[in-house]
Design a protein around this ligand. Structure first.
Ligand SMILES: N[C@@H]1[C@@H](O)[C@H](O)[C@@H](COP(=O)(O)O)O[C@@H]1O
Length: 241
């Protein structure tokens, strides 16, 4: 585990974008595992700026997203499909067919999860996975108690996760109760993993991730067993470390 400590959110975003751009330029056919949430927004803005200014191309890049809420349409502004389109994918030259998110409205969710997992395997796995972290230490939507070897699966969201994400919705009642997420096993199979964290609300989770026991009660601690895992986090998020 490598830790890159930054002064603030801006510097965290810049460092992560620099690493991602380096990997894309070295491997133009890279498969990127992408995350949603407030944390990676700044990274995506920097990737778009670099694409416009320096013409880094995504024509052969593939993207695989971590998760999606269950039961909301792709056009819903709160869906992760919508987030990815508006925050990144619509602003770079990636063909839509090369971008993948779980279908949270699939009739057979277990089949959708198996297909999603097969799809990741068939394109050769994820080269670089970007992650945020939940205040309870979740990654993707793998909540505390999730087995470390689980693959893509449907989940019931914890109430504190719904509360934390309610800021994006009109009211807590609109926050979905379920989601589909890559499993910890899926994430751990990525060749390289970068986890981002910013702000004091992540300090407890970051302290447990870095110094706590490796245990299913804090899903992110699984990442300490990965041989190419980098944390990029700001002072506020690392203030208890
Ligand atoms: N499923 C997502 C996670 O992938 C994300 O890491 C987390 C933190 O989000 P934020 O970056 O907005 O704090 O929120 C959600 O629960």
């Amino acid at each position: 585990m490598k830790i890159i400590r930054t002064a603030n959110y801006e510097e965290m975003s810049l460092k992560a974008a620099e690493i991602m751009i380096d990997r894309i330029r070295n491997n133009p056919e890279i498969t990127l595992g992408l995350a949603t949430g407030s944390t990676p927004r700044g990274v995506y803005q920097k990737l778009i700026k670099d694409h416009v200014q320096n013409h880094t191309s995504y024509k052969k890049v593939k993207t695989i997203n971590l998760d999606e809420y269950m039961g909301i349409s792709e056009d819903d502004p709160n869906s992760y499909h919508y987030f990815m389109k508006t925050e990144l994918l619509d602003h770079i030259d990636i063909p839509t067919a090369q971008t993948h998110l779980p279908d949270g409205r699939a009739e057979d969710l277990h089949a959708e999860c198996a297909n999603y997992e097969n799809n990741i395997q068939s394109i050769g796995g994820i080269d670089l996975q970007l992650l945020g972290i939940g205040e309870n230490g979740h990654i993707g939507f793998n909540e505390p108690g999730t087995p470390f070897d689980i693959l893509t699966h449907p989940v019931k969201l914890e109430e504190d996760t719904r509360q934390a994400n309610a800021r994006f919705f009109n009211s807590i009642d609109e926050v979905p109760t379920h989601a589909v997420t890559m499993g910890i096993g899926t994430i751990m199979a990525s060749k390289e993993i970068i986890l981002l964290a910013s702000g004091a609300n992540k300090a407890k989770a970051m302290s447990l991730l870095i110094n706590g026991a490796i245990h299913e009660s804090v899903p992110a601690t699984a990442l300490r067993n990965h041989n190419n895992f980098t944390i990029i986090a700001d002072e506020e998020a690392l203030k208890l470390v």
